[in-house]
Design a protein around this ligand. Structure first.
Ligand code: NAD
Length: 358
């Protein structure tokens, strides 16, 4: 099969880590008989320098015409003091909107061989963990009505609104159920239904939609305060988790911290079409850019997620995951995840080692 992939390298370590992911994808193509064609496009600071804007219409058009999009990271010291609308990060918000991406999937995976990197007790994480948080991305309180003012007694006030409709909840539930179906067939739905009306609609809709369309999936409800505790108490109990925009924002950062290494975590954003946006969760790391010391694994995992979730290439996804496992088992590490006795390698070498294990 032929696949056209738009590559938004971005700034800082973006080009290095994307090159690593491309190296691995090319090896997958060779081994499994696929042809991946890559089109490099500008986003973020480098786009500001060349075109005066963090995202051009041309980049948007080419991304929409591609089969899927791989993104490195944007931003850096040079553009830190630019006004809000012209900052590199604005390019990210615009591309997500232009592609109609309403879900964000963030797997917080702790590899067995990196269990020592977790801030949690070894016993809790010694077998590794993988919590896949499916977060609603363009609704809820971050996008609801808001206002501020001063009342008749001169007291300042402000308010925001959490509002969800049944179709908004159904479409994110569909994405979460599809993910759960490929895995444990267990789905945890997180809400605050003991207090919030919007959460009661969330809970009812998730159950009704899943029971009707994915009867084999078991749905369990967890209140958000309990979820925050359970992630640090027993993270290994979770597999796929679906939740609202604000709860997902907070819980996905908490779960990422439990894994202890941002250089290993990927994320995807999906909408109604198969064309998604795949990226590492970390930023452009300007402090280490151009030194060949960045960890490319998060971006390689993002590329693997693209194969599985946009192209339905499960075997190829598994091949990349097990290649990473083998390289870690052989004790190769980039500096950010190095432990005593590790063999330290650079960004290029790490990608080459992983490609060689495919
Ligand atoms: P960051 O994630 O870039 O870096 C935080 C720390 O982690 C740094 O010490 C960095 O060297 C290290 N690090 C990050 N990724 C690494 C990797 N793959 N390998 C090894 N070490 C790694 O966050 P920051 O320093 O707060 O932000 C830097 C720039 O990135 C800012 O301009 C910020 O706005 C931008 N940013 C972009 C995105 C994105 O593109 N999605 C996300 C977050 C931050």
């Amino acid at each position: 099969m032929n696949y056209n992939i738009a590559v938004l390298d971005g700034d800082g370590i973006g080009p290095e880590i994307c090159a690593g992911a491309i190296k691995v994808l090319n090896k997958v193509g060779e081994k499994f008989g696929h042809n991946f064609a890559f089109e490099h496009l500008d986003i973020g600071g480098c786009s500001i320098d060349k075109h005066g804007t963090p995202l051009t219409d041309y980049t948007v058009q080419r991304c929409l015409a591609s089969d899927s999009v791989l993104l490195g990271a944007v931003g850096g010291y040079k553009w830190d003091n630019m006004p809000g609308d012209t900052r590199p990060e604005k390019g990210l918000l615009k591309i997500r909107k232009a592609m109609g991406l309403y879900s964000n999937i963030r797997p917080a995976k702790l590899w067995k061989s990196l269990a020592n990197a977790s801030p949690l007790k070894y016993d809790l994480v010694k077998n590794g963990i993988e919590i896949i948080i499916v977060r609603e991305l363009i609704g809820g309180i971050y996008f609801g009505e808001r206002d501020k003012g001063v009342d008749e007694n001169g007291v300042e006030y402000a308010w925001d609104t959490e509002k969800y409709s049944v179709p908004e909840i159904e479409r994110i539930t569909k994405i979460a159920c599809e993910m759960a179906q490929k895995r444990s067939k267990r789905l945890v739905s997180v809400d605050k239904a003991n207090v919030l009306e919007s959460s009661r609609l969330w809970r009812k809709t998730v159950h009704e939609y899943a029971a009707k369309n994915f009867p084999e999936i078991e749905v369990v409800d967890v209140l958000v305060d309990n979820m925050a505790m359970q992630i640090v108490k027993n993270p290994a109990q979770f597999d796929v988790v679906v939740t609202s925009n604000i709860f997902g924002d907070i819980l996905s950062d908490e779960a990422a911290q439990v894994t202890g290494s941002i250089g290993m975590l990927a994320s995807s954003s999906l909408g109604d079409s198969k064309c998604g946006l795949y990226e590492p969760i970390h930023g452009s790391a300007p402090d280490i850019a151009g030194k060949n010391i960045a960890n490319p694994i998060a971006t390689i995992l993002a590329a693997a997620m693209m194969l599985r979730d946009s192209f339905d290439l499960n075997e190829e996804y598994n091949a990349i995951e097990s290649a990473i496992q083998k390289v870690l088992d052989k004790n190769y590490r980039t500096g950010d995840i190095a432990e005593d006795g590790a063999i330290i390698v650079g960004c290029n070498e790490m990608a080459e080692l992983i490609a060689a294990e495919i």
